[in-house]
Unconditional design. Structure first.
Length: 152
Protein backbone atom coordinates (compact mmCIF):
# COMPACT_ATOMS: atom_id res chain seq x y z
CA UNK A 1 0.00 0.00 0.00
CA UNK A 2 1.45 3.32 -1.09
CA UNK A 3 1.91 6.21 1.35
CA UNK A 4 0.41 9.50 0.19
CA UNK A 5 1.10 12.78 1.94
CA UNK A 6 -0.49 16.09 1.12
CA UNK A 7 1.62 19.03 2.29
CA UNK A 8 -0.53 22.14 2.35
CA UNK A 9 0.27 25.66 3.42
CA UNK A 10 -2.60 26.90 5.57
CA UNK A 11 -5.38 25.10 7.37
CA UNK A 12 -9.06 24.43 6.86
CA UNK A 13 -11.10 26.93 8.82
CA UNK A 14 -14.61 26.14 7.59
CA UNK A 15 -16.39 23.11 9.02
CA UNK A 16 -17.79 22.04 5.64
CA UNK A 17 -14.26 21.77 4.19
CA UNK A 18 -13.10 19.79 7.23
CA UNK A 19 -16.07 17.44 6.87
CA UNK A 20 -15.36 16.89 3.19
CA UNK A 21 -11.67 16.30 3.92
CA UNK A 22 -12.48 13.74 6.61
CA UNK A 23 -14.86 11.90 4.28
CA UNK A 24 -12.25 11.62 1.51
CA UNK A 25 -9.53 10.61 3.97
CA UNK A 26 -11.80 7.81 5.19
CA UNK A 27 -12.54 6.68 1.62
CA UNK A 28 -8.89 6.84 0.58
CA UNK A 29 -7.76 4.75 3.55
CA UNK A 30 -9.06 1.68 1.71
CA UNK A 31 -6.46 2.25 -1.03
CA UNK A 32 -3.47 4.00 0.54
CA UNK A 33 -2.00 5.31 3.74
CA UNK A 34 -2.78 8.99 3.59
CA UNK A 35 -1.96 11.95 5.77
CA UNK A 36 -2.17 15.70 5.54
CA UNK A 37 0.53 18.01 6.84
CA UNK A 38 -0.69 21.56 7.37
CA UNK A 39 1.99 24.24 7.43
CA UNK A 40 1.93 27.76 8.81
CA UNK A 41 1.28 30.65 6.45
CA UNK A 42 3.81 33.47 6.75
CA UNK A 43 1.60 36.26 5.33
CA UNK A 44 2.43 38.55 8.25
CA UNK A 45 5.91 39.05 6.75
CA UNK A 46 4.41 41.28 3.98
CA UNK A 47 7.31 40.60 1.56
CA UNK A 48 6.18 38.04 -1.04
CA UNK A 49 9.65 36.64 -1.72
CA UNK A 50 10.29 36.23 2.01
CA UNK A 51 6.89 34.58 2.48
CA UNK A 52 7.62 32.05 -0.29
CA UNK A 53 11.11 31.43 1.12
CA UNK A 54 9.85 30.78 4.69
CA UNK A 55 6.94 28.62 3.56
CA UNK A 56 9.29 26.83 1.17
CA UNK A 57 11.70 25.97 3.99
CA UNK A 58 8.83 24.31 5.83
CA UNK A 59 7.58 22.48 2.72
CA UNK A 60 11.05 21.08 2.00
CA UNK A 61 11.12 19.41 5.43
CA UNK A 62 8.16 17.21 4.44
CA UNK A 63 8.96 16.06 0.90
CA UNK A 64 9.27 12.37 0.11
CA UNK A 65 11.40 10.64 -2.47
CA UNK A 66 8.79 11.54 -5.09
CA UNK A 67 7.07 14.88 -4.67
CA UNK A 68 4.51 16.43 -6.99
CA UNK A 69 3.82 20.15 -6.97
CA UNK A 70 0.30 21.28 -7.78
CA UNK A 71 1.04 24.28 -9.95
CA UNK A 72 -0.94 26.25 -12.53
CA UNK A 73 2.10 25.96 -14.84
CA UNK A 74 2.20 22.16 -14.49
CA UNK A 75 0.96 19.49 -16.86
CA UNK A 76 -2.80 19.14 -17.13
CA UNK A 77 -4.10 15.56 -17.03
CA UNK A 78 -7.38 13.75 -17.10
CA UNK A 79 -8.52 11.67 -14.15
CA UNK A 80 -7.51 8.56 -16.06
CA UNK A 81 -4.05 9.99 -16.74
CA UNK A 82 -3.62 10.85 -13.07
CA UNK A 83 -4.57 7.29 -12.21
CA UNK A 84 -2.03 5.90 -14.70
CA UNK A 85 0.60 8.30 -13.35
CA UNK A 86 0.05 7.09 -9.78
CA UNK A 87 0.17 3.48 -10.94
CA UNK A 88 3.49 3.98 -12.75
CA UNK A 89 5.02 5.90 -9.86
CA UNK A 90 3.95 3.27 -7.33
CA UNK A 91 6.11 0.71 -9.14
CA UNK A 92 9.23 2.68 -8.17
CA UNK A 93 8.36 4.44 -4.92
CA UNK A 94 6.45 3.63 -1.77
CA UNK A 95 5.51 7.23 -1.03
CA UNK A 96 4.15 10.20 -2.93
CA UNK A 97 3.89 13.74 -1.64
CA UNK A 98 1.55 16.27 -3.20
CA UNK A 99 2.37 19.91 -2.44
CA UNK A 100 -0.18 22.73 -2.28
CA UNK A 101 1.75 25.97 -1.84
CA UNK A 102 0.68 29.19 -0.18
CA UNK A 103 -1.36 32.00 -1.67
CA UNK A 104 1.74 33.47 -3.34
CA UNK A 105 2.97 30.18 -4.75
CA UNK A 106 6.17 28.38 -3.78
CA UNK A 107 9.86 29.16 -3.80
CA UNK A 108 12.19 28.13 -6.60
CA UNK A 109 13.77 25.64 -4.17
CA UNK A 110 10.44 23.84 -3.81
CA UNK A 111 9.88 23.87 -7.58
CA UNK A 112 13.30 22.31 -8.11
CA UNK A 113 12.77 19.70 -5.36
CA UNK A 114 9.51 18.41 -6.85
CA UNK A 115 9.96 15.87 -9.60
CA UNK A 116 6.65 16.57 -11.26
CA UNK A 117 4.27 19.51 -11.61
CA UNK A 118 0.56 18.96 -12.22
CA UNK A 119 -2.10 21.54 -12.99
CA UNK A 120 -5.81 20.98 -12.48
CA UNK A 121 -6.68 24.03 -14.57
CA UNK A 122 -5.47 27.44 -15.65
CA UNK A 123 -8.04 28.83 -13.22
CA UNK A 124 -7.20 29.95 -9.70
CA UNK A 125 -8.95 28.18 -6.82
CA UNK A 126 -9.15 28.92 -3.10
CA UNK A 127 -6.63 26.73 -1.26
CA UNK A 128 -9.27 25.13 0.96
CA UNK A 129 -11.42 24.15 -1.99
CA UNK A 130 -8.41 22.96 -3.96
CA UNK A 131 -7.40 20.59 -1.17
CA UNK A 132 -10.83 18.93 -1.39
CA UNK A 133 -10.53 18.79 -5.19
CA UNK A 134 -7.15 17.06 -4.86
CA UNK A 135 -8.54 14.55 -2.37
CA UNK A 136 -11.47 13.82 -4.67
CA UNK A 137 -9.20 13.31 -7.67
CA UNK A 138 -6.92 11.03 -5.65
CA UNK A 139 -9.94 9.01 -4.58
CA UNK A 140 -11.14 8.87 -8.20
CA UNK A 141 -7.66 7.78 -9.37
CA UNK A 142 -7.50 4.96 -6.83
CA UNK A 143 -11.02 3.76 -7.68
CA UNK A 144 -10.04 3.67 -11.36
CA UNK A 145 -6.91 1.67 -10.49
CA UNK A 146 -8.95 -0.76 -8.43
CA UNK A 147 -11.80 -1.22 -10.93
CA UNK A 148 -14.43 0.40 -8.72
CA UNK A 149 -17.51 2.01 -10.24
CA UNK A 150 -17.05 5.48 -8.70
CA UNK A 151 -15.52 6.87 -11.91
CA UNK A 152 -18.10 6.91 -14.68
Amino acid sequence: MINVTIVAVGNLKEKFFSSAQNEYLKRLSAFCKIKIVELKEFNELKNIDLIKEKEGEEILKHLSSYSILLDVAGKEMSSEELSENIEKLSLNTSSLTFVIGGSYGVSENVKRACKQKISFSKMTFPHNLFRIMLLEQLYRAFTILNGKSYHK
